[in-house]
Design a binder for this molecule. Structure first.
Ligand code: ZN
Length: 498
């Protein structure tokens, strides 16, 4: 008998501290592949491609549902979520009964009315397929794992790397677990234990001596032991405001709930023991520039993580640019900002022309005021670029109409849309060569470690305002449970079991 496996994905990381909502048009700017169109993801680097590869090895028939991916951003509008959810469920209803379901999701998506869409979708899928069909969901390691997700999934399997360069293999691992359950080789049981620990992603890398490196190495060791099917370590995305958010371990064993419980609790306690190491050292922009000037050569990275499009920020902050102008920086410097009107003004002026624009904070005015700048336009483009790796590797994206504006020594990449910042694809697409700059503004807390690994002299995390700040105590949480670290220093372990 050929197993029939339904495969779907709705992947977005939401940020409830921005004023914008994510709609279908923004998803389509990355991709929305309905039904058979999903199959074109085969051969890319995403989780769905890993799932498809395992299905092919297993000679399974794939029932493609929908695969939709979007840059992080505001919560999904209710209409957007309803449309994508139905695009996933309708083909499943039509195809039922199926032998298994694999879904690739983030785990920290939110919508205007639903704080736990991944749990909502798992519940709906479970209603369609019944209690006995294996349903596996892959997750980002920044997922907010809920009771509903654990209850309705057969298995939850997360990325093990940050930066996320293991999306394909995570899809493979999830699908492999699904087939093992389907063939009756294993009976997965899950336990998730979490502690109320939140931190920005700056110190979240899974290599070297970082806390997540120790935790994920422990996870890989455990997976070599008999009866342990999968270990996931989650450092929750701190930019939503949901009850029950925390970091911890999720362990899947072969029908040994006590072992799953014990190991998950051990991991949660190790998270807590390492909590201070998750908090990054930050500098003011002035101190970072002074420290950078004391270093011979460059580039020196100024990590403006507060405006990280990969964490849901609109990318429209000019806080760093404003400080650089105030400091009178004369060294060659690259910065980027999303401002569609300014991009249009640059295009209207034309290459080689001087233009004066109000720049920044036109998408989300919460975090600052625009600045008036005058500069020369050196480049205009349609903003298309190809991702070189990570979850989007092998797929195209677009910054929309884009321009490079020279404001004194500062070359500002002005873009129309925020895009996920994997490496330095955006700067490269605009012809900006990192080796030529003294200072470079980067807006991702982590991925610069890949993009500039062999290039940057050093990196400083700067303390700037925005919805993805390096110090999360800047965020106005309302629903987050207390105590929570770093606001409070009280450990409480929460256990969720399947
Ligand atoms: Zn992540």
């Amino acid at each position: 008998m050929t197993p029939r496996i339904a495969v779907g994905s709705i992947f977005q990381e939401s940020n409830e501290f921005v004023t914008t909502q994510t709609d279908l048009a923004l998803f389509r700017n990355t991709y929305v592949h309905e039904r058979d169109a999903l199959l074109q993801l085969a051969g890319t680097d995403c989780e769905v491609a890993g799932v498809l590869a395992v299905c092919e090895r297993e000679r399974a028939q794939v029932i493609p549902l929908v695969a939709a991916r979007c840059v992080s951003g505001g919560p999904l509008s209710d209409a957007c979520y309803a449309s994508l959810k139905e695009a996933l469920l309708a083909p499943l209803r039509e195809a039922a009964p199926v032998d298994g379901v694999v879904l690739a999701m983030h785990g920290s998506m939110t919508t205007i009315s639903e704080g736990d869409p991944e749990g909502d979708i798992l519940e709906a899928v479970r209603q369609i397929v019944g209690p006995d069909v294996p349903v596996v969901m892959t997750l980002d390691l920044h997922a907010h794992v809920t009771t509903r997700m654990v209850k309705h999934a057969t298995g939850l399997v997360s990325f093990t790397h940050y930066p996320h360069d293991d999306t394909f293999t995570t899809g493979e691992r999830g699908a492999t677990l699904l087939f093992a359950a389907l063939h009756g080789k294993v009976k997965p049981v899950m336990a998730m234990a979490k502690v109320p620990l939140l931190a920005c992603g700056c110190n979240g890398q899974t290599f070297g001596d970082a806390p997540m490196a120790h935790l994920t190495r422990r996870g890989r060791e455990l997976e070599t032991q008999p009866g342990i099917l999968s270990v996931s370590c989650f450092q929750v995305h701190p930019n939503n405001d949901q009850p029950g958010m925390g970091s911890g371990g999720l362990v899947i064993t072969d029908n040994d709930p006590a072992l799953a419980r014990r190991l998950a609790s051990d991991l949660a306690e190790e998270f807590w023991a390492r909590r201070h190491a998750f908090q990054p050292d930050v500098l003011s922009v002035a101190d970072a520039v002074a420290a950078g000037r004391a270093i011979h050569g460059g580039p020196v990275l100024l990590v403006d993580t507060a405006d990280c499009a990969g964490g849901g920020a609109p990318g429209d902050s000019v806080a760093l640019l404003r400080e650089l102008l105030t400091l009178g920086v004369t060294e060659r410097t690259f910065v980027m900002v999303v401002d569609p009107d300014a991009a249009k003004a640059c295009a209207a002026a034309g290459i080689g022309q001087t233009v004066s624009v109000e720049l920044g904070y036109h998408i989300d005015p919460t975090w600052g005021q625009p600045i008036r700048v005058t500069g020369a336009v050196s480049l205009l483009s349609d903003g298309r670029f190809l991702y070189t790796g990570g979850a989007y590797g092998g797929t195209w994206a677009s910054m929309g109409l884009s321009a490079v504006l020279h404001i004194g020594s500062i070359e500002t990449l002005v873009m129309s849309y925020p895009t996920y910042d994997w490496a330095d694809e955006q700067y490269r697409a605009a012809g900006m060569d990192a080796r030529q700059a003294k200072f470079i503004g980067v807006k991702n807390p982590m991925n610069y470690r890949i993009a500039y690994r062999d290039v940057a002299k050093t990196a400083f995390i700067v303390d700037t305002p925005g919805p993805t700040p390096s110090d999360i105590r800047r965020l106005p949480y309302r629903r987050l449970q207390r105590p929570s670290f770093p606001f409070d220093d009280v450990c409480q372990v929460t256990l969720i079991e399947s």
